[in-house]
Design a protein around this ligand. Structure first.
Ligand code: HBI
Ligand code: FE
Length: 286
């Protein structure tokens, strides 16, 4: 996933840079406000309630691009987390090291008007609006730290790819059960208008109960909406499944198995919704 390798000029050895909040232009603040308004309205009934609470607690409802110093006062008080600015993608081990120490890395740049709906590299709207509100939730906050710690161990074992899949299908594109309903919590979904609708309402994608080993074997796509989403029961359950898992035997089995292609259902899956896969098929032109 990450391919950053050389420390950019001006960055500290841990890849952080100053946010330089004073240098954002009125147009950049206005871009944040447009994205924020469209997304927060639409998300209210769709996102896990802890997300909206996080926006409130952090006063992210205040107009303009958040000033990390101000944001961190509230975030640190809530769960001991901090947001730090980085130039873009950072190497996996740098990323894990920050998470393991309760620091979330965020880009400082914001998308340009012609990228309103889609961009490849995560900007500050994805990183801060998408990821930071849930860091106020004590259990999710612990999950993110545990993920960083697991990442450092996985790096030593050559299993980063398995960890990247876990991140993808939870932190970025996770769904969570809410009674008989599903809600959004993944940052890649909640920072995207189109995918926020698609992930919950569209008949195309599979929705499968979260299973750690299954997820660690599952390939993902970075170029379009997901073909399968994995649904957790609760943040408590996610934290417990990942923290208490004996990853040694799981990694051994992963080494001996082919990865699972996107859009595939397995006999052992607990399927909540078997998708039609129509969207992916149409986009592929078949
Ligand atoms: N760097 N800035 C940034 N943001 C990420 O989300 C990120 C990264 N580097 C590595 C990475 N993610 C992933 O490859 C890890 O989850 C494996
Ligand atoms: Fe992200």
């Amino acid at each position: 996933m990450a391919n950053a390798s050389e420390l950019p000029p001006g960055a500290a050895p841990d890849w952080t840079i100053p946010q330089g909040w004073e240098t954002y232009t009125p147009a950049e603040h206005a871009m944040w406000d447009r994205l924020f308004e469209r997304q927060s309205e639409m998300l209210r009934p769709r996102v896990v309630p802890a997300f909206m609470e996080g926006l409130d607690v952090l006063r992210m409802t205040k107009p303009g691009i958040p000033d990390f110093d101000e944001l961190n006062e509230r975030l640190t008080r809530a769960t001991g987390w901090q947001v730090v600015a980085v130039p873009g993608l950072v190497p996996d081990e740098v990323f894990f090291e920050h998470l393991a120490n309760r620091r979330f890395v965020a880009g400082r740049f914001i998308r340009k008007p012609d990228q309103f709906d889609y961009l490849q590299e995560p900007d500050i709207f994805h990183d801060v609006f998408g990821h930071v509100p849930l860091l106020v939730h004590p259990v999710f906050a612990d999950y993110m730290q545990a993920y960083g710690e697991g990442g450092l161990r996985a790096a030593r074992l050559g299993m980063i790819e398995a960890l990247a899949r876990l991140y993808w299908y939870t932190v970025e594109f996770g769904l969570i059960r809410d009674g008989s309903d599903l809600k959004l919590y993944g940052a890649g979904i909640v920072s995207s208008y189109g995918e926020s609708v698609f992930a919950l309402d569209d008949p195309s994608p599979h929705r499968i109960a979260f299973d750690l080993e299954r997820v660690m074997r599952s390939q993902y796509r970075i170029d379009d909406y997901q073909q399968n989403y994995f649904v957790i029961e609760s943040f408590e359950d996610l934290l417990q499944q990942t923290r208490d898992a004996d990853l040694g035997p799981i990694y051994e089995r992963l080494r001996g198995h082919e990865p699972i292609a996107v859009g595939t259902l397995l006999p052992a899956d607990r399927v909540l919704h078997a998708g039609t896969q129509d969207y992916a098929r149409t986009r592929a032109g078949v």
